[in-house]
Design a protein around this ligand. Structure first.
Ligand code: SF4
Length: 66
């Protein structure tokens, strides 16, 4: 079973918590919006992505298990 991370770009306010938690997956640009570098991260990155989802101040991120 795979999994992926999705962002609600309307909710994202560029707080960069996600990039701090999982810099290999998230990057916040000068426009203060997150970019998903890899929508289907490696299993080893799951815990870091979970922390990003948990601590995103605007709840803009979620993990989808396919
Ligand atoms: S932590 Fe949330 S609000 Fe901040 S850049 Fe990441 S997705 Fe956007």
């Amino acid at each position: 079973m795979g999994w992926r991370v999705v962002v609600d770009e309307v909710l994202c306010q560029g707080h960069e918590v996600c990039e701090a938690e999982a810099p290999g997956v998230f990057e916040v640009g000068t426009d203060h919006k997150v970019r998903i570098l890899r929508a289907e991260p490696d299993a080893a990155e799951r815990s870091a992505v979970e922390l990003a989802v948990k601590y995103c101040p605007t709840h803009a991120l979620k993990i989808v298990d396919d």
